[in-house]
Structure formats: structure tokens, C-alpha cells
Design a protein around this ligand. Structure first.
Ligand code: 6PG
Ligand code: NI
Length: 193
């Protein structure tokens, strides 16, 4: 199969990728169980805020190549927990990924099935390399949208179930205006591979 070049334009202010083949909008009602404060979830469900959007430009040539995309996480909290992505392992576990932050301020939670965890900072210009085998979740700890660019193998896929069941062992919460990493009381390791 012939591999042809392709281009895309990402609007740096908004994070929108033109002619994205997929636009995913995630509201609180798409992921109520992911937040630790279930009373806060119930209270905010009526408003049902958009937590983040992802724009994906799927590789038009072959699923064995690369996808490119961007994510825009809105500022805000559910209770004291910052707006964040669901987080996932790649279905093809060995598939890595690279994030490049364009604007805003965030944290990247990385966790292996073994429970090993790392928390990285996301800020304009920072490049985060996510090796295969690490689940990844991004969290907006700032007051404006967190916008980042991503590139990953087009056949990586997403495994959301493991994180939905098990959670990350750490939460990122707003502690009087300062982001703090705390233990997740609901963390349930070993439930799902
Ligand atoms: C991917 C990327 C990235 C991610 C979004 C939304 O593998 O596609 O990691 O595009 O999907 O930032 O995060 P969730 O997929 O966890 O909702
Ligand atoms: Ni990913």
C-alpha cells in the first residue's frame, strides 16, 4: 500500500484540529463513576458540564500507522477533584504514545497493571512519552483549558474497563487552590487485568 503524506491544522488557541475524522465530547454523565465524590457528581449532573473534547485525525491509509489528535480539558472540579479524562490502557498493550502540551497546566497519571504509578507535569512545551503498558489519564489543574497534541499507533485501541473498575491509585484534588496528589480510597487493584 502506498503511504501518502497528509497534513492537518491544529488551532493553537482552541486545540481544534480541522477536518478531524472523529470528535469526542465527554460530559460528566458519560463518566459519573470515575469521580470519588459521588454526592458532588449527583449535584453537578443537572448542569452536566462538558469535561473534555478530543479531536482525532485517523490515518487515512492504514490502521498500522499513526493517528494524530488533540484533547482539550476544561477547567473545573467535581467536588474537589479536577476535571480529567477517563484514562485507559491501550488495547494493544505495547502501543506507546506521545503528548505535547500546547497550553494550560496539567498532570499526567501513568499506572501499570502492577500498580506502579508516576505523576508527570504538563505545561506548554512539555513532551510526555507514554511507554506501552502504562494506563494514562490527564488532569487539568489550571484555570484555563488544558490543550495537548497526541500521536499514537492507529491500531492501539482503548481499554477503558480496567481503569473504570480499578481506578488510579492517586487522585488529583484542589486543596485551597493548589493541586495536591492524594491516595484514592476507592482504588481496587487486581480486580481486572
Ligand atoms: C488516545 C489518546 C488520547 C485520549 C484522549 C481522551 O489513546 O487516543 O490517549 O487521544 O484518548 O485524551 O482520553 P480518554 O480516551 O481516556 O477518554
Ligand atoms: Ni492513549
Amino acid at each position: 500500500m502506498k503511504h501518502l503524506p497528509f497534513d492537518a491544522l491544529m488551532e493553537l488557541e482552541s486545540g481544534v484540529i480541522d477536518e478531524a475524522s472523529q470528535v469526542i465530547n465527554r460530559r460528566l454523565s458519560d463518566m459519573p463513576s470515575f469521580f470519588h465524590d459521588q454526592d458532588a457528581v449527583q449535584a453537578q449532573l443537572e448542569e452536566d458540564p462538558v469535561l473534555y473534547r478530543t479531536y482525532v485525525k485517523q490515518n487515512p491509509i492504514s490502521s498500522s500507522l499513526w493517528n494524530i489528535g488533540s484533547s482539550v480539558i476544561e477547567p473545573g472540579t467535581v467536588g474537589n477533584e479536577y476535571f480529567m479524562t477517563k484514562g485507559h490502557f491501550h488495547l494493544k498493550e505495547e502501543a506507546p504514545e506521545v503528548y505535547f502540551t500546547v497550553s494550560g497546566s496539567g498532570r499526567l497519571l501513568l499506572q501499570k497493571h502492577s500498580g506502579e504509578i508516576e505523576v508527570k507535569k504538563m505545561a506548554p512545551g512539555v513532551i510526555n512519552y507514554i511507554p506501552g503498558g502504562w494506563a494514562h489519564r490527564t488532569v487539568n489543574v489550571g484555570e484555563k483549558p488544558l490543550i495537548f497534541f497526541a500521536v499514537w499507533p492507529a491500531d492501539a485501541g482503548h481499554n477503558y474497563g480496567a481503569i473504570e473498575e480499578m481506578g488510579f491509585s492517586r487522585l488529583v484534588v484542589n486543596d485551597r487552590g493548589v493541586p495536591k496528589i492524594i491516595d484514592n480510597p476507592r482504588y481496587a487493584p487486581g480486580l481486572v487485568k
